[in-house]
Design a protein around this ligand. Sequence first.
Ligand code: ADP
Length: 638
Amino acid sequence: MTKKTHAFQAEVSQLLHLVTHSLYSNPDIFVRELISNASDACDKLRFEALNAPELFEDAPELAIRVAFDKEAKTITITDNGIGLSAQEAIDNLGTIAKSGTRDFVSKLTGDQKKDSQLIGQFGVGFYSGYIVAERITVESRRAGLPASEGVRWVSGGTGEFEVDTIERAARGTAITLHLRDDKTEYLDRWKLKQVIERYSDHISLPIEMPKEEWNEETKTYDIKDEWEAVNSASALWTRSKKDITAEQYKAFYKNISHDFEEPLTWSHNRVEGSTEYTQLLYVPKKARQDLWSRDSKPGIKLYVKRVFITDEAESLMPNYLRFVHGVVDSADLPLNVSRELLQESRDVRAIREGNTRRVLTMIEDLAKRSGAKSDETTVVDEDAEDVVDYNAFYAEFGAVLKEGLGEDFANRDKIAGLLRFATSTTDTVSVSLADYKARMKEGQEAIYYITAENQSAARNSPQLEVFKKKGIEVLLMTDRVDEWALSFLNEFDGTPMQSVAKGAVDLGKLQDEAEKKAAESAAETFKPTLDKLKTALADKAKDVRITTRLVDSPACLVVEDGEYSTQLARLLKQAGQKAPEVKPILEINADHALVKKLETSTAFDDLAHILFDQALLAEGGLPEDPASYVRRVNALLT
Ligand code: ADP
């Protein structure tokens, strides 16, 4: 193969443009990103060598080296890991494979200020080299390939890159950054060492730099031909808790998560018993970009006896806790653990259960430590900040957490206790089910809730009227997952959950005898009109009945207990899924002027349909035939 020029994939060009043109707020991170790649490359080699030990050739000691050359203005980061073949260099360094990165690029606005903030939060792996370099040369040889099949990849980071075949005896990759003139501060041993210590101390391989010696004559440091490790080179999670500082925990988090922000909290434990493992789990502050996408990856890396196995071990954490990042190191799993084994093994199940319990406890602690509720005394993790804003955590991850109601039956009560809601009397999403229960009215026998598209639709819903009148608080549920998730929660702490839009209103002891009597007699006198309504709306309504739940509105729609609500049916349809046809029940308010008018109206049929369609509109739906609706209303108006 001779030298060939390739074009970057469009997304890469976009990304590179941004990296080189935006004022990057924290250039140091290129060190972290490139060392992290080097470390991954060594992990991959170690993993492949489990079945093919010859890949180690005669150099089984893995290490990363960071060197610099003041004259040439270069920094070179070398690893003896898995390396790249020519094709891999073209594929991996010219395109973006990760869907998360692609999503990220698609969010770029072109507004430099906003974009550089975004990019700061994201981390861009290899391409971060271009924050400081005007040109990058990568020389590599894949483990197992002959020396004649080395590769050199060169690019100035604009539009294209060159790939050439070279002779390379050394296995692995050397990345040389040709620094821009305004970034030569990195050509300094002290500076580089400091950055490595800050970001990469926990890397389990030695990171080596050339030794330096003071020269009295020239009054400068001479670089020696000897290497020394500048990090502790022991996997962070294997160290004892008391030997790890909060700074080190945070740096490790940033490294495994690529998150720019610090974690909200973490928990590090050695679990002993029939299954032995170490877990180091972090809860982030912000949801990552792809948390909602279908191919969102779990955030847990699996190690077996310190050998990296996979970062796609879905079975180590339930799906609804996919926002958690961390490391699990098992002492029991075999090193050549297969995908199948990962799904079925008893040890894996035990680890997942242990992780789940741990994370739920961490979240419970967050809630207890939350600034809003400092009345409870709890043991505060001395490493984590002691005051947190649980509502802020909940705003990021509450909707994911709710999926757990349907996914994790064993922990349902625990999860329910962690949920927060806005209510008819509280604007912020901050009320727990326990809070709600504590202030239930005397005689109230259920926890009432309403699901709607958004808070104002929920607040103004006709179904809420009688509850407002009686001063009964109602939970407002406006997350898309709410209705699905809540269908798994029939009760909380012994009190049933009751949708205000389902079934007949039964306020039980909250309703007085007089009200019940009035409703019954209204149903009697109204019977002929009800029958006429049923006939007129036979296609639309399953039933028509008098209700006591309305105060100001003439009518509303409800469904039977246990049926899909009209709201959920709509959501399913929007999502292109099959939804059962729900025929709602039309409930009417016998005291309302419009309803009274029905009895004597000459345009009975029009009025009946208007009542029905308005009830639908009031809950955010659309009349089946909007044009007819408009025609009918106009006929009445004129
Ligand atoms: P990623 O987040 O996947 O690491 P990068 O842009 O940092 O994204 O790197 C892209 C790919 O290039 C990596 O997935 C890996 O396959 C390859 N790569 C980067 N650095 C090295 C290295 N030092 N050795 C071997 N492969 C590397």
